[in-house]
Write a protein that binds this ligand. Structure first.
Ligand code: LUZ
Ligand code: MOS
Length: 780
């Protein structure tokens, strides 16, 4: 089934926050962010801004009627700076004016005095100074200490992955409308209506039941709106409380990029030990997460990095410790994969290093260590594995041996262009790692004309979850999907929701829809049996009518609904689903936290221009474990999008702050995301269809986040192309592997140590480039 939004999207008729028709009297907000990353707020001179015609009022922390606090997990994040500033972009004041333009102009007229304090941007420095958001966590399996002596080979290294800007097409924003009796409706571009409701309630000092947070859809979230939509909604709501008028704030792209947190950069130290046979026996890991200035979701992200630190591999002895380090960057936050990609990158780097040192093909080591059904993850869950199935299907379907030969032949024949190839297995756990968050509710109404509305806690953000909810109801009622409408997500219709996140939205909300529909169907079947005078066990719904004993009865859906209504049978249901059989004990760091895992394997092929460091991703060919995809079209879209986003993270998207904590890559002229020219030349996707039971909706496994991690393969394919050109290249393990870094890598060591430099193109670059560091200033 096609995405139900496809028609309005292509016609430009879909409603996003900025498309909501404005109510008369609407005012417009704009926030002033701190120009410095760390300091004491000495003064805020609002006079020039206040006297600008059209400015209505300027709000600061003094105007907060409840608590000046929006921290979700840890209460460490003031809405407005009060006394201290902790990051560049931290809100200092909120101007409300008669137009957007005036509000923005007034922001520029506010004079700020800040006494600077020392700035930390490096998580290792923060950790050394004891600046931790929460105490460190350690996941352990077996005993690494005693395992080292059984290892034939031990390798150590450091790896770094950088941040990533979400770049949802729709920026952050909110629109707060005062209603009667102290109620407010807040339209918010959020993945988490309940989180917005909670934050707004706290800041305003009013009960949650006064707040209807409503979301029709988002123009992308990617995790950036799981926690970071709260502040903007709180600003608008607070202003609309004081002024008694609707207040709207949709951030400019520049404000959004500068003021919001991103994917967490991680630095890591690892040690990997292998037996003679290439089996990984031991793995030790220390992760330094750059959390930024406040907790936000960092503790949960940190946890998922640990959950996924062995990716698709079984390692009998593991010790992984992770530090969440407080720096003076904007609070970093959820981003598709939620710390998983950062954890997975390190084990891939470790295996790749081991393979290189042992003179083996990385894929041989990878394959040898794939986790099998019955083996244990470091957190105690026993694998139900499809890792080898995906891998072997990818090998045969995409003719891996022929590809290897093709690449070797090409590299032998070409001096200045080299090809590289990698395998990237992925194993991602599906469920919120906080067990208590794994639930959802659905409200289903059938109207007397037979049409249906569904509201769930799911937020449609382009991932197609609304379409999947329609599919569930259409299948349960056996009616035309056109009879079913999805309503905007609303905290008055569906309460206490978990965010649309963790790839689990369709599963959780879909199961709730299924339960609600099942209840209604059971009532309808009783009605049908009574109407037709037959045994209820013989009736069923099929193709829009009632069937008895396998044949159509002539009683249609619409008449059945009317009959139920006339008999005063409820045509509505509100159902609650909570994922069964999941648990986790953080005091032991053991349990069964995930409903299931999604597996997959990607083969990535690249070509590197060894004169310039430029490259193309020629093809990515994937076998993806879908269980039984309920919508292959949507799932393919998710896989393609996730993959390209992962490739962007690994290759070209480079978030750079200066040592004062100021964002250098603050516009799309300096921050490069994949466009159609840098997307892979070919993306092939094959679904591994399995018959096994799982906890996914209709056995159609979650698809939102896992594919992002196929993008990690691009890094290692490029690294292998660099080595093909210069086997003695010294490449710091540091993503993204930008063309600049690739170039530095290509010429990082003299190609001919004896000074003989006679091959064309190999002689030009020596000394200065070889010693350059891996950072660059943005090309302006
Ligand atoms: N959000 C969250 C997530 O709160 N908990 C999670 O485990 C998670 N996982 C992936 C993405 N978002
Ligand atoms: Mo997320 S990273 O909001 O699933």
């Amino acid at each position: 089934m096609k995405n139900i939004d496809s028609i309005t999207h292509t016609r430009g008729q879909s409603i996003y926050l900025d498309d909501i028709p404005l109510i008369q009297g609407t005012l417009f907000g704009a926030a002033l962010g701190s120009p410095l990353a760390h300091g004491i707020l000495k003064g805020l001179d609002l006079s020039a801004a206040e006297s600008l015609p059209g400015v209505v009022r300027i709000f600061t922390h003094k105007d907060v009627t409840g608590e000046n606090q929006i921290g979700g997990i840890v209460p460490d994040e003031p809405l407005f700076a009060d006394g201290h500033v902790h990051f560049c972009g931290m809100p200092l004041a909120f101007v409300v004016a008669h137009s957007d333009e005036i509000a923005r102009e007034a922001v520029r007229k506010i004079r700020v005095e800040i006494e600077p304090l020392p700035v930390i941007t490096d998580p290792r420095e923060a950790q050394a100074k004891g600046e931790l958001i929460v105490p460190p966590r350690t996941f352990q399996l077996g005993d690494t200490q005693s395992a080292w002596k059984d290892c034939a080979h031990i390798f150590e290294g450091r790896s770094d992955t950088n941040g990533q800007e979400h770049l949802y097409i729709e920026t952050q924003g909110a629109y707060s409308v005062p209603l009667e009796n102290g109620n407010f409706r807040v339209y918010s571009s959020t993945q988490a209506p309940t989180a917005v409701q909670r934050a707004v309630s706290k800041v305003m000092g009013i009960p949650m039941h006064c707040l209807d947070i409503e979301v029709t859809r988002l123009g992308g979230g990617f995790g950036g709106k799981e926690d970071q939509a709260n502040g903007w909604a709180a600003l608008c709501a607070l202003a609309s409380l004081h002024l008694g008028q609707p207040v709207k704030y949709a951030l400019s792209r520049a404000d959004d990029i500068a003021m919001t947190g991103k994917r967490h950069p991680y630095s890591a130290d690892f040690r990997i030990g292998l037996g003679k046979d290439g089996k990984i026996l031991a793995y030790e890991l220390t992760l330094f997460q750059n959390a930024g200035a406040a907790a936000d979701l960092s503790p949960a992200v940190l946890e998922r990095s640990l959950f996924h630190c062995t990716n698709s591999y079984f390692i009998p002895n593991v010790k992984a410790t992770a530090y969440s380090c407080r720096t003076h960057l904007p609070p970093n936050t959820a981003f598709r994969g939620f710390g998983g990609p950062q954890g997975m990158f390190v084990i891939e780097a470790a295996i790749s290093l081991a393979a290189e040192k042992l003179g083996m093909d990385t894929s041989v080591l990878q394959k040898k260590n794939l986790i099998r059904t019955g083996e244990e993850f470091p957190y105690g869950q026993i694998a139900q594995s499809e890792a080898l199935e995906c891998w072997e299907k990818a090998e045969s379907l995409y003719q891996a041996d022929a590809l290897r030969k093709e690449i070797a032949d090409f590299n032998a024949a070409n001096a200045l262009f080299k090809k590289g190839m990698s395998f990237q297995p992925v194993c991602f756990g599906i469920s919120f790692t906080k067990t208590f968050m794994n639930h959802a509710r659905a409200l289903v109404h059938v109207y007397t004309d037979g049409s249906v509305t569904i509201t769930t806690g799911a937020v449609e953000m382009g991932q197609g979850v609304s379409t999947k909810m329609v599919q569930v109801a259409a299948a349960m009622f056996s009616i035309d999907p056109a009879k079913i409408r999805i309503q905007a997500t609303s905290t008055w219709r569906i309460a206490n929701t978990s965010p649309s996140a963790a790839s689990a939205t369709a599963d959780l909300n879909g199961k709730a829809v299924l339960m609600a529909c099942t209840e209604i169907v059971n009532r309808l079947l009783a009605v049908a049996a009574a109407e037709l005078g037959v045994d209820a066990a013989l009736v069923g719904l099929k193709d829009g009518s009632v069937w008895v004993n396998g044949t159509p009865s002539g009683l249609g859906w619409k008449q059945l609904i009317l009959a139920a209504f006339t008999r005063r049978v409820s045509l509505s249901e509100h159902a609650h689903y909570a994922t069964p059989d999941i648990h986790f004990d953080p005091s032991k760091e053991k349990g069964h936290p995930f409903a299931y895992h999604v597996y997959g394997t990607a083969i990535t092929l690249v070509t590197l221009d060894c004169l310039r460091g430029r490259y193309t991703i020629d093809a990515v060919r994937v076998v993806h474990d879908s269980g039984a995809s309920m919508n292959p079209l949507i799932d393919k879209g998710q896989i393609e999008g996730g993959l390209v986003q992962g490739i962007g993270w690994m290759t070209m998207e480079e978030v750079l702050y200066d040592d004062k904590g100021k964002l250098l890559t603050n516009a799309l002229s300096t921050y490069k995301v994949p466009d159609i020219y840098s997307a892979p030349g070919e993306i092939a996707i094959d679904f591994l269809h399995t018959e096994k039971d799982n906890l996914a909706i209709f056995r159609s496994k979650a698809v939102g986040e896992p594919p992002l991690m196929y993008g990690i393969g691009a890094y290692f394919a490029l690294a292998s192309a660099i080595k093909a050109f210069n086997p003695s290249a010294v490449l710091p393990i540091s993503a993204p592997l930008t063309p600049e870094k690739a170039l530095m890598g290509l010429y990082s060591q003299p190609l001919y140590p004896d000074g003989q430099q006679d091959r064309p193109g190999h002689s030009a670059v020596t000394g200065p480039m070889a010693s350059s560091t891996a950072t660059r200033s943005p090309h302006e």
